[in-house]
Ligand binder design. Structure first.
Ligand code: ADP
Ligand code: MG
Length: 703
């Protein structure tokens, strides 16, 4: 029999369908499948049998512990480990795991952010099994642990995590899409899922160098650092051949991901030096979200085995392209139909055009909210900085669909679709290549790419749950209104056409096929009335706008209280992140940079004095000029350091919330820049031997 490393290892650490069939009685397996596929309630009896099978499988694979694995609002995953051990009277260790332990956990929730949803004395929080996302085994220094994906909520049922609203939003869009599909005669469709493929960008740097940079250790990004003589201007890294050390990292990463059932598919070098990307094959939204969390975790772990450090921060190096996450999103029926697939003649594909129109309307109506869903402190450095999409939400449709949209807006219907045709490379031995109907546009934040939309704003270190929750819920909300109208229609086709035309006219302003990086677009977008929300702090306001609350409550995805708590968490998270950055800068400047410069200038002064003594007529202009410049910059640094220390202290004493976050953004952040500037200048003057930390050049080019 032919074997291959992929088929040998794939899914070996996952309680997947095959394993379920092996470890569960047929009836239990069928009941569980019904729950997974149709959301039918799981009885305690079935849960007990499933738990038993799961335990047997986990033990057979060396597991000693199990954990409810969840995604609190910190954005990283959390877990509390329990061993399978239970005391028995005859003093033998008996290994136990029952249905109750599988379904429900009760971690002390008081130390997770709740944004005021829970008073600290009400510490109860529950984790509840999400049986639609496969349970898996994690193997590390602790041993083997059975990890059960769960949702996390408060005693009163409010969501305290990222998964719960995502699952609710998936139900919402399914319900409304099924209603629409009924009207198109698709009786066999009972359920619709969102498919998501998250492309992950990251940097790999040498771990020894990483360990010498406190800024990277504490904040994930460099807070100081002068540009190296060579940046990314040669574009020689993008898709460049992969070097040995990174290659062995990628090889191991793939194997680890495959074991976890993650379909790691594409890998390549990115634009910036030391930057790479991994893309998996898409999956259902909640599974893709869980997988992306695992991808980030496994990347970090595997990198360390190769004495590398994986940086997931959005902007680890100033002046060098940062990292993002492309969230590819589509809607697929349980019968396997991709609702965003245009087919061969999209102009007369009413069903496709209706779903496309719904997405356009949802994105336009919730543009600020969507931008919020991609916001974290790190992403503020990227959006609108000509390396990532601007902070303005717009949709790229491509020539073919834009032409159809124009036809519909003008005449009510479209009568033709532009075709891709063949591309002639001009070399007779190379056969003509079939061309897509549409070129790509890398500058668009929300681009149609053939049979899916690609939301390109998402931050590289962030969970994709938020972005997909907003997408699903807002599209569900538009579909609901459409279904309400269409269910009443006497002439269905005509009503669909009118509805599409009316909706497109209303939301045409969000469609933009041009260069999103240009200044013209910023001006044009403003004329069109599209929001340009520049920072995470500003974006947060959209969470509690009346129309957001109405939309989320209407779709049963997030309540007003939950949204308000999320806004609080956002402000706090921003303030904390900047506070840590400011403190790290103060620390590094005080203990590393300033002493290093003092040492250097002292030795320079000593050398000037000795030369002067030895040879009074020697020309000392170079030395004295460097000494003067360094001393001036040193004084500037010290002044900026004191100022930064002062405002950081003041910010820390403020009450948590919007005002504090704004203070960090408007006062503390600029003070950080003031300190960075003279120190980066000093880096260019001071002897490399005396510089206390590795330079950008050391980190980016010597991996
Ligand atoms: P590109 O970004 O070059 O268009 P791909 O076609 O390889 O690249 O797709 C990028 C990502 O989009 C991959 O993660 C892929 O699995 C995902 N993807 C492809 N089709 C869909 C779909 N129907 N729904 C969601 N994601 C999809
Ligand atoms: Mg892409």
């Amino acid at each position: 029999m032919e074997t291959n490393v992929i088929s040998d290892v794939f899914g070996t650490k996952v309680f997947n369908d095959e394993v379920m069939q092996e470890y569960l009685p047929k009836k239990t397996y069928q009941a569980l499948k019904k729950t997974i596929e149709n959301g039918e309630e799981l009885t305690p009896e079935v849960a007990n049998v499933v738990a038993h099978g799961m335990k047997e499988w986990a033990l057979a694979n060396g597991a000693t512990h199990y954990t409810h694995w969840f995604q609190p609002m910190t954005g990283v995953t959390a877990e509390k480990h329990d061993s399978f051990i239970s005391a028995e009277s005859d003093s033998r260790a008996v290994l136990e795991f029952n249905g109750k332990e599988l379904i429900k956990g009760e971690p002390d929730a008081s130390s997770f952010p709740s944004g005021g949803l829970r008073a600290t004395f009400e510490a109860r929080g529950y984790t509840a099994w999400d049986c639609t996302s496969p349970t898996f085994l994690r193997e590390d220094a602790i041993g083997v642990t059975l990890c059960i994906p769960t949702a996390f909520c408060s005693y009163t049922g409010e969501a305290l995590d990222k998964k719960t609203p995502l699952l609710r939003s998936m139900e919402a869009i399914s319900k409304q899409a099924v209603r629409i599909l009924r009207l198109f005669g698709k009786e066999e469709v009972t359920n619709v899922a969102c498919s998501v493929g998250a492309e992950q960008e990251y940097f790999l740097i040498d771990r020894n160098k990483y360990l010498q940079r406190k800024d990277l250790i504490f904040t994930g990004r460099t807070l100081f650092g002068a540009m190296p003589p060579k940046g990314q201007e040669l574009d020689d890294h993008y898709f460049g051949s992969i070097r040995e050390r990174q290659a062995s990292f990628m090889n191991e990463l793939n194997i680890e991901l495959w074991k976890l059932g993650i379909l790691s598919k594409t890998q390549h070098n990115e634009v910036a030096p030391a930057q790479h990307e991994m893309a998996p094959i898409y999956d259902t939204a909640n599974i893709a979200t869980d997988h992306n969390q695992l991808v980030m975790e496994v990347m970090k772990k595997v990198a360390r085995r190769h004495n590398l450090e994986c940086l997931l921060h959005e902007k680890p190096f100033a002046g060098v392209n940062g990292s993002g996450k492309h969230n590819n999103w589509s809607i697929v029926t349980n019968t396997g139909e991709n609702l965003l697939s245009p087919g061969s003649s999209p102009h007369n594909n009413r069903q496709f055009l209706l779903f496309l129109t719904a997405v356009i309307a949802a994105v336009d109506e919730n543009a600020a909210l969507l931008r919020m869903s991609a916001s974290n402190p790190g992403n503020d450095h990227r959006l609108g900085a000509n390396e990532a999409p601007p902070a303005i939400i717009s949709i790229f449709l491509g020539e073919q669909l834009e032409d159809i949209v124009e036809q519909i807006i003008e005449t009510g219907t479209a009568d033709h679709s532009l075709k891709g045709g063949k591309m002639d490379i001009g070399v007779s031995s190379i056969p003509p290549v079939k061309k897509d109907a549409t070129d790509r546009n890398r500058t668009s934040p929300f681009a149609f790419t053939g049979n899916k939309f690609e939301f390109r704003m998402v931050a590289s270190s962030m969970s994709i749950a938020g972005a997909n929750t907003v997408l699903n819920a807002s599209v569900a909300d538009v579909l609901e209104k459409m279904a309400d109208e269409l269910e009443e229609a006497s002439d269905f086709d005509k009503t669909v056409d009118t509805l599409i035309q009316k909706t497109l006219k209303e939301h045409q302003k969000v469609i933009f096929n041009g260069n999103g990086y240009s200044d013209d677009w910023v001006a044009e977008a403003e004329k069109r009335g599209l929001p340009n929300v520049r920072t995470m702090v500003d974006a947060t306001a959209s969470l509690t706008e009346p129309k957001t609350i109405e939309m989320f409550e209407n779709q049963n995805v997030l309540s007003k209280a939950e949204l308000e708590s999320r806004a609080e968490i956002h402000y706090e998270a921003y303030a904390k992140a900047i506070n840590i950055e400011a403190k790290a800068m103060v620390d590094m400047a005080t203990k590393q940079y300033i002493p290093a410069v003092i040492k250097y200038t002292t030795s320079l002064a000593d050398s000037i004095n000795s030369i002067r003594q030895a040879c009074p007529e020697a020309d000392l202009t170079v030395q004295t000029s460097i000494l003067k410049d360094c001393s001036a910059l040193l004084a500037k640094s010290q002044k900026a350091l004191i100022a930064l220390g002062g405002v950081t202290e003041k910010a820390g004493a403020m009450e948590e919330g919007k005002t504090q976050a704004e203070y960090y953004r408007d006062i503390v952040f600029p003070a950080m820049e003031e300190l960075r500037a003279p120190i980066d200048e000093l880096e260019m003057l001071v002897d490399k031997e005396d510089w206390p930390v590795p330079s950008y050049g050391d980190m980016l080019f010597e991996v």
